[in-house]
Design a protein around this ligand. Sequence first.
Ligand code: ADP
Ligand code: MG
Length: 613
Amino acid sequence: MTRKQKKTLIRVLISFTMLVVLHFLPLKGFWNALYLIPYLLVGYDVVLGALKKIGHGSFLDEEFLMMIATIGAFIIGDYPEATLVMLFYQVGELFQSIAVGKSRKSIAAMMDICPDTAIVLRDGAEDEVDPSEVSVGEVVLVKPGEKIPIDGVISEGRTSLNTAALTGESLPVEAGVGASVYSGTINLTSAIKVTTTTEYENSTVSRILELVESSTDKKAKSEKFITKFAHYYTPAVVILAVLIALGCLLFTDLGAAGSVYRGLIFLVVSCPCALVVSVPLSFFGGIGAASKRGILIKGSNYMETLSKIDTVVLDKTGTITEGSFAVDAIHPNEIDPDVLIDIAALAESRSHHPVAESIVNAHGRHIDASRLGDVEEIAGRGIRAVIDGEEYFVGNGKLMEDVSADFHECHLPGTVVHVSKGKEYLGHIVINDILKKDSAGAISDLRAAGVRDVVMLTGDNEKVASKVAEQVGIRKFFSGLLPAQKVEKVEELLAEERRVAFVGDGINDAPVLTRADVGIAMGALGSDAAIEAADIVLMDDRLGKIPDAIRISRKTMRIVKENILFSIFVKVAVMVLGALGLAGMRFAVFGDVGVLILAILNSLRAMRLPKRS
Ligand code: ADP
Ligand code: MG
């Protein structure tokens, strides 16, 4: 509990004790004013809050309702009632703030991993500083049991790391010199030195923090509905209450006080707190549950859409496959194979495309960047590069057609990277990718989670595409697509009234990520593009997280709907009883707080992870 919550609890307890004492005192006439003490003790902030807002225009909210209802009760001489109403209200508020705090904490469990300090090595001494004071390229020392403060590369030492906070993966990962490490990871076994590659503000943990904090700003339809609802609801209820009071006065023998009281009960009951509180709380819980698994959902609106997804479209390279190719064959056309791979590696040396990185790795030798002139990456095709003053093209068959090089296809299975010097064909390199371990399992799990159709899109050739599709059990696929054609395919699916999620690795597919109903990016560790373009980010590369995310969002939406229906049902029932005079003020408040507490408890369920079916 926070200090404020403790203070409220103490106020509630003292006020309640006073109320009990006053109840047994034979108070008469003026002495009833004593009830003002427990009333103000427990409710002064509500009354003050309501009064302050009257000056600001939109004051018709629940605090206002509580204020007029309780002051009204005082005026008609219902002193204990007035105080009790306020008491219950505060208990409800307290409960709600504890619940919100709890789900915030579950998201923050991940953020607890935020390091408080970093040990920097400066002039041979260990300097303990705030992580934000460390600049790029400095060396930080991370002792076993401590968190890595900033993204970087291990420059000394070997250890195992716990990445659970980022990926939800509980098995430790081995890492040695040269390995990239991310802030938020816990160093388990031995001390390492890390050379930082970014500032603290741009490190993984800071970015996640920002993302999660802003995620609650993007509201789901259900949430927007509640805000709108409250906007019209309060004035409507106030008018209804007045009408009820007037009606009672004119058509019944309740008398003035009795009629006003009827109207007031109606007001108290009508307070929509349970709705207003529990819906965002459920989303919050769901987003928290997902982030525990390394699934970052950027807003409750995406959670709502994800729950309705029926078609999942997957990119091939880097999504279904590892995206790290091994070179299977080098087929030069009348030149030295070493020269061919030299040119390819040089041309690819600035690209982050998986094909490029694999060729550079396979080449393995020093790359003399001074030979490299202008380089242009042509999405979905390859690279145009000027080397030693001459123009070269490195890429797929389409690129070769574009420059009318006289290329030929390869008989070997795999992704073929052709190389030409201007129009002159120099030969090709055949590379092969491997499937991610869990791809096939994840795709059948997607179907088990109720996804109707799984579709694969790729810019790679038909041969490779059909082999991969078959291996992972995908029946529908499209190959040889340029990034723009991938967007068209997704648009075709959208035109069939499907709810489409697109899953990609963030390289070359930002347009598709934005076009689909939900864009899911894989492997966000270290990749800015993915975090920017996607609505949902999977912190590790595993496709199996997608059915998990769908299950979490479905469960959350079910809870949201339960809460909406339940609170509206109880509300309407008590309102009718109140208007008919069958429910007194105590009953009304009790009903309200009761619904609120049940709805909150139900929301908290969203924080627990659903079981896999
Ligand atoms: P995918 O849809 O499989 O993720 P992309 O759309 O990124 O693939 O690329 C499609 C094809 O374009 C690749 O299979 C490759 O043949 C070619 N290509 C793209 N970028 C490069 C590059 N940097 N070097 C060589 N070939 C490339
Ligand atoms: Mg790709």
